[in-house]
Write a protein of this length. Sequence first.
Length: 278
Amino acid sequence: MSDNWVVQNLQNALTTWNEKLAEIWTLVTQSPQAFKGGSIWGVMVGIHGAVKAIGLALIVLFFVMGVMKTCGTFADLKRPEVAVKAFVRFALAKAAVTNGLELMNALFSIAQGLVSTIMSAAGFGSPQQAVLPTEIITAVEDCGFFESIPLWAVTLIGGLLITVLSFVMIMTVYGRFFKLYLYTAIAPVPMAAFAGEPTQSIGISFVKSYAAVCLEGAIIVLGCIIFSLFAATPPVVDPNAAAVTMVWSYIGELVFNMLILVGTVKMADRVVREMMGL
């Protein structure tokens, strides 16, 4: 690493960015069971089991509400087609609550399969790292004291922006796991809504929302791949330009690409929800 403070500041910021980008690449391939050693998942499964008893009780409530709303009189319930339909709905709702965890794990596995397919098709084993060009390092190191003063301001602002963007991005990816855990813990309650025809939209909306959270990983991976393609062709640096101009143009274009990636990661949930009509 260079002994120049300006170069060190930029390289440290890029190192932080590359580390967070590599961490994201690892996180999107992890399952909630493996995240942080699986300790959080164990607690969520325990809560899910406790809430399941409430879900089973709610099945009866939603079932009775549905029957009362869809059947005008008690005589309607005696009709075979109505009785069979009500019984099948009750049985499916009970199965959804009882086996909800397995259903959610299956949905997550499908989404992870999509993530793996995208990675394999793109041919990326890891994201492309952002590296400070040699021309900029040489130009900065050749600057005198007074020439370096504008560079300090440029690198301080650029380095701070890059560091902040890297942490915003990683926090968004961590937030996805928090949502997965929250959905897992309370799943039996919305799943119970399948028992009643008027309330089944609650259960459908829950399943679609959970699937959307799972699919966020695919959007995040696509964003990382696009950024890696940009990083593979770094901004063109004019060796004849002044050092401050070289640094400013390089940081400006790099931060612009980073902003696009961070925006894509943060909007992953919105993009998926628009695709699924939520």
